[in-house]
Design a protein. Structure first.
Length: 310
């Protein structure tokens, strides 16, 4: 690819891994995020990202204190999935608003992570920076394999369970009437969200990973004519954001996660501005044409039929 296109960075193995990771993230993030946004659970992705941070800290803590060799990704997966199920339980049964439950779990997860970091005298703080902010250089073949596996899982699950997931997203009572197990599909969605968050945090960083589940969906929603179309448009918006963001991050030596999120925001703003221009320009042209015709039309005859006095 480097020889064919003349682009030197495509010849580097770590950039190839970074682009492949970005493409996978831009697929699984918007697909799962579309269901979350329309369920008004956008904050769930941010909550799970912060609890995944606690899972990473737990893995590094165990390795540091007990001389183990546990992968922080594995502990992050376990903690995020347990938290996802806990959040769904709180939303369904606790006497609190959904966003209140999410806020409590988010802050609690981040607090636990900070405690584990400081419990070792800050010795694991350096190792956790890559998970907090993301990095192009640290994306390994294992990370790529995990993202590809997650892409296949998300694609298969959403394809097989598309109809009940849409029912549960928009009308849970109707889903129950149709004899769908609403609780089962809600739990399935939050577990998928946890998997996406943990898979993507190596390149995006814990702080920014939630953005790829929300911003592309927000960009697609104003122009989509159906729910299925909104998924495809969100994926396209995500691809633009990640590919451009990774390229900019390489060219200027900046954080990949931040570059991708800023690009995604620019895509969203472009869609909003384009939609507004498309709506208002015809009205403006119509008003200008009306004024032009009024100026060109002959003077009206007075009400009594007489001519105007010179």
């Amino acid at each position: 690819m480097s020889e064919l296109t003349g682009i030197d960075m495509l010849g580097y193995a770590y950039m190839q891994r970074a682009y492949l990771a970005a493409i996978c993230i831009a697929i699984i993030g918007p697909v799962v995020g579309t269901f979350l946004v329309h369920r008004e659970l956008s904050m769930l992705s941010d909550t799970l990202a912060h609890t995944a941070f606690a899972g990473v800290a737990l893995g590094l803590f165990l390795n540091s204190v007990f001389s183990l060799s546990v992968s922080p990704i594995i502990t992050a997966f376990v903690v995020a999935i347990v938290t996802a199920l806990l959040v769904e339980l709180l939303i369904d049964h606790a006497d609190t608003y959904g966003d209140t439950s999410l806020a409590m779990v988010l802050t609690g997860g981040f607090a636990v992570g900070s405690i584990l970091i400081t419990a070792t005298g800050g010795g694991i703080a350096v190792g956790i920076n890559a998970y907090l902010f993301g990095s192009l250089a640290t994306v390994s073949k294992t990370d790529i394999g995990l993202l590809i596996l997650m892409s296949l899982i998300v694609g298969a699950v959403v394809t097989l369970a598309y109809r009940p997931l849409v029912y549960v997203t928009f009308d849970a009572p109707a889903a129950r009437a149709a004899r769908f197990n609403v609780r089962h599909y809600k739990r399935l969605l939050v577990v998928l969200t946890a998997g996406v968050v943990v898979s993507a945090m190596q390149i995006m960083g814990v702080i920014l990973v939630a953005a790829m589940l929300v911003i592309p969906v927000a960009a697609a929603a104003p122009v989509a004519r159906s729910f299925k179309q909104s998924i495809w448009l969100a994926i396209i918006a995500g691809q633009l954001a990640t590919v451009i963001g990774v390229t900019v991050a390489y060219q200027f030596g900046i954080a990949a996660g931040g570059s991708i999120v800023v690009t995604a925001l620019l895509v969203y703003l472009g869609v909003v501005a384009g939609r507004r221009v498309r709506r208002e320009v015809p009205l403006l042209l119509s008003a200008m044409l009306y004024r032009y015709r009024r100026r060109r039309s002959p003077k009206q005859v007075s009400a009594d039929g007489g001519d105007e006095r010179k």
